[in-house]
Structure formats: structure tokens, C-alpha cells
Design a protein around this ligand. Structure first.
Ligand code: FAD
Length: 432
């Protein structure tokens, strides 16, 4: 039986597995990371590539290594300090290339891929002591490649890969979500409409607009690439996803743990302090420049309905366009519409709901997992503690506003690592 299986090989899973290796008595061969992608962090790499992200929003101390200044030392030793971008009133931020090169250095240096099992976990159940003939209760993880048994398990599934598709967009050809596998930012089309007003929408819009006809040297007479951002509200600026004080566990205890676990008050506290749908000032400034030079258009409205129509060009009779009817009574047509509308709530993810039902786990307001504040172990409905721990966006009701961010990985690992080590030592002291 394995000691710990981490479900998800993203930023949280990749960070936590190192903490387990470095700070617990667990042997390598008793730990596994299960993730369907071909390599660790692939989900993050793909999303960053899809919106042509050039630099991180967070600072150089937030990365996947366990040494806080590891990324900075990596940059200095390779003459890449210029990739630590200055940010007025805020510490420097790494370029995406530097962040990922350092992540590869950490993954290779610790041979983390050898712990990665390429598969998806479908269900988790408890194997009864008698059925297993073992003294200890085991978790049985049903994966695409068969079953795994473990004493403990950590859910590090991020947002679970469900992207928010508004009702009006459902099934309309030519409308894609920016994170969907079939969206290709490199594909050139005449007119693109990007729906959304947050950082992903802004990032994608700047990158498409900056390579528009006037800027790339293509002949404006033959190239008509144009980009329009369609956003409900005026853009809001915020340097970070939430006040950096949310990195501090004392701040989390004072402002979140004063409310009962799983409560509506915790949910609303997190919602109210997160700077969702905002973009950092350096990106907003770039957008404004593009608007001023007519390389980017911005339209304020919401979409009422969408449909696919013929292009109307006799030369391209087979080509289709998307026509959007807007709530302000206007309309917009484009060759493609890209949704930068974020994720569906992870608390309501079918996998999460199934887990909770199978393992009798307690869920609170809007399905929020009820976790132990000290260990991030998910509590059962009978009040006992399960051997299932949670890291990432799913743990926001306990870890706070930055739970799903890179900084949250560290805060979660501080607690989960200790709890898993304590449990492993107890199990070793009390053999069946
Ligand atoms: C473009 C972009 C830029 C960002 N920039 C920043 C930034 O600058 N700073 C910052 O702090 N945050 C940033 N974020 C937020 C960022 O997503 C998180 O910090 C980080 O990716 C979350 O890591 P995670 O491991 O929780 O989730 P993910 O990176 O999404 O990884 C979760 C993994 O779990 C796997 N998984 C899910 N379900 C299962 C299952 N049932 N079985 C097996 N595996 C499963 C998925 O396939 C995925 O590989 C950014 C996000 C995006 C999209």
C-alpha cells in the first residue's frame, strides 16, 4: 500500500511532493502523483501558452521549488536577472520562460517525473479492514489504469478543468474557451472578439492586437486582423489576486477561522477579498496604449445570444462567422469568439461531489469542503477526520483568498506535510 497519493500534478501537487520527500520519513516508493498529462505542470503550461502569457503576476519568491530564493539564484547564476521584471511598488516578477525553466530544473533535479503516474482518478472509496485483511483502513483510488491503494490522499486538482461556458455560447460553432484544447492563439483570422475583462482576456487581447497588421509589417491592404474585447464592466486594476497579507497564516486565522468551517461567512469573506476579474496595472496600461492607437477595440455590453452565420463573402462562401446580439441592443460579428470567462466553481465539480458522497465527507455552504483548520484533512459527516487532504482552490474556505495561487501551495503544504508525517509515525508505532 502507498503512504500518500497526490491527485493532480499541477503547481500544488508538484510543490507538495517535494515537501513530503524533504520533510517526512516517507520513502519515494510510497508516494505517487497521479495526473493525466504527459508531464508535471502541463495544465499550467498550456493555459499560459493559450493566452500568450509573458510574465507571472506573482513575485519571484512564488515558484514550485522549496527554497524561497531558489528562482532568484537560478536567474542570477544564468545571467537572466533581466527576466525578473520590475513592478512599481511591488517585488520583481519572473518571466514565464524563467518560471518554467526553473520549474523544470526543480522537477529534473528531484527526479519528480519518476513519481508521476499518468492517469485520471475517477473515484475514491474506503476499503474495509476485513475485506482487505489489513489492520489499517486504506483508500482505494480508481484510476483509468487500475486501482491504487494508499493510507492518505491529497486532492490537488486545481479548478478541475471545467471552464465556464455561458448559456448563449453553448454549442455555437466558432465560439471557443481560451483554455479548451482546440483554441489556437497562433491561428490567424480576420476578426476576433474576446469575451471577458480579467487578466486572461487582457493578456490574450494584447498579444493578438500587438501582432496586428500595423505592427507586424504585414500588408494592411491584405490583412484585416482586428481584435475587440467585449466586457460587461469597466476594467479594474489590481496588482495581485488578493491582498498579500492573505499569504500570512496569522491573517487567515484572524479573518477566516473566526467563522465556522464550511460556513457562508467563510465563503463570502473569500469572495469579497479576492480581486477576481481584475488586471494588473502594467497590463492595463498596455491595453490602453493599444486602444489609443486603434489596434484594439473595447465594447461594453453583455451577450444576449450568438449564432453562426455565412461569411457573406462570395470569395469565401463556405466560411462562417459568429454574430453576437448584445444586451445593449447592438451586435458584433467576428470570425471567432474566444471566451476568457474563467472556471466553473470547483466545489460543485462532479468528481468532488462523488468523492464526498462515497467517503461521507462533510460539505458546507455551496458545497465547500469542511476541512480541519490545522491539517486541511476533510472532515466526515460523523465529525471524524478522514485521510483525505485538500490543497488549492478547493481549500479556499480554510487557506483563504490565495489558496489556489502559488503562495497557497506553500501554506497548504506546511499543514499537510506535518499531518501526513504524524499519521505515518503513528501507523508505524501501532502495527496491525
Ligand atoms: C494563465 C494563468 C496564469 C496564472 N498566473 C499566476 C501567477 O502569476 N501567480 C499565481 O500565484 N497564480 C497564477 N495563476 C493561478 C494558477 O493557476 C495557480 O496558481 C496554479 O496553477 C494552481 O495550481 P494547481 O496545482 O492547484 O492547479 P493546476 O495547475 O490546474 O493543476 C491541477 C492538475 O490536477 C489534474 N487533475 C484534475 N483532476 C484530476 C483527477 N481526477 N485525477 C488526476 N488528476 C487530476 C489536472 O489535470 C491538472 O494537471 C495563473 C493561472 C493561469 C491559468
Amino acid at each position: 500500500m502507498l503512504e500518500c497519493v497526490i491527485v493532480g500534478g499541477g503547481i500544488h501537487g508538484t510543490y507538495l511532493v517535494q515537501r513530503l520527500l524533504e520533510e517526512t520519513s516517507l520513502d519515494r516508493d510510497r508516494i505517487a502523483v497521479v495526473d493525466p498529462h504527459e508531464r508535471l505542470l502541463e495544465s499550467f503550461r498550456r493555459k499560459a501558452a493559450a493566452c500568450d502569457m509573458e510574465e507571472l503576476r506573482s513575485t519571484f519568491v512564488h515558484h514550485v521549488g522549496t527554497e524561497p530564493f531558489g528562482l532568484e539564484s537560478f536567474a542570477e547564476s544564468r545571467g537572466r536577472e533581466n527576466e525578473l521584471r520590475p513592478t512599481p511598488g511591488y517585488p520583481r516578477r519572473p518571466s514565464l520562460a524563467l518560471f518554467l525553466d526553473y520549474a523544470d530544473y526543480v522537477i529534473d533535479g528531484n527526479d519528480l517525473e519518476s513519481l508521476h503516474q499518468r492517469s485520471s482518478v475517477r473515484r475514491i472509496r474506503t476499503a474495509s479492514k476485513t475485506a482487505e485483511g489489513e489492520g489499517e483502513e486504506a483508500l482505494v483510488l480508481e484510476t483509468d489504469e487500475g486501482e491504487l491503494r494508499a493510507r492518505t490522499c491529497v486532492l490537488a486538482i486545481g479548478h478541475g478543468g471545467r471552464y465556464r461556458i455561458p448559456d448563449w455560447a453553448d454549442g455555437v460553432p466558432g465560439v471557443n474557451h481560451v483554455w479548451s484544447d482546440d483554441f489556437d492563439p497562433e491561428r490567424r483570422v480576420g476578426e476576433t472578439v474576446i469575451v471577458g475583462g480579467g487578466i486572461s482576456a487582457g493578456q490574450l487581447a494584447t498579444c493578438l492586437a500587438e501582432r496586428g497588421p500595423g505592427r507586424t509589417g504585414t500588408d494592411p491592404a491584405t490583412s484585416h486582423e482586428s481584435v475587440t474585447m467585449l466586457a460587461r464592466h469597466p476594467f479594474e486594476r489590481a496588482v495581485t489576486e488578493a491582498d498579500p497579507r492573505w499569504i500570512n497564516w496569522g491573517h487567515v486565522e484572524t479573518n477566516l477561522h473566526c467563522h465556522p468551517p464550511g460556513s457562508r461567512a467563510r465563503y463570502e469573506t473569500v469572495q469579497s477579498v479576492r480581486n477576481d476579474s481584475t488586471m494588473p496595472p502594467y497590463l492595463h496600461d498596455r491595453l490602453e496604449d493599444l486602444v489609443e492607437t486603434d489596434d484594439l477595440a473595447v465594447r461594453r455590453s453583455a451577450v444576449d445570444s450568438a449564432r453562426c452565420v455565412d461569411s457573406g463573402s462570395s470569395a469565401n462562401a463556405s466560411e462562417k462567422r459568429v454574430r453576437l446580439l448584445l444586451e445593449d441592443g447592438g451586435c458584433l460579428s467576428a470570425d471567432r469568439v474566444v471566451l476568457a470567462t474563467g472556471f466553473e466553481p470547483v466545489y460543485e465539480h462532479p468528481f468532488v461531489k462523488r468523492l464526498a458522497a462515497d467517503l461521507d465527507l462533510e460539505r458546507g455552504y455551496r458545497g465547500m469542503p469542511v476541512l480541519e483548520d490545522e491539517s486541511l484533512a476533510w472532515r466526515r459527516t460523523d465529525g471524524t477526520t478522514s485521510p483525505l487532504f485538500v490543497s488549492g482552490a478547493l481549500a479556499a474556505g480554510t487557506v483563504g483568498a490565495l489558496a489556489g495561487n502559488i503562495a497557497g501551495a506553500r501554506r497548504s503544504a506546511d499543514r499537510i506535510t506535518d499531518a501526513i508525517e504524524t499519521g505515518a509515525l503513528e501507523a508505524a508505532e501501532c502495527p496491525p
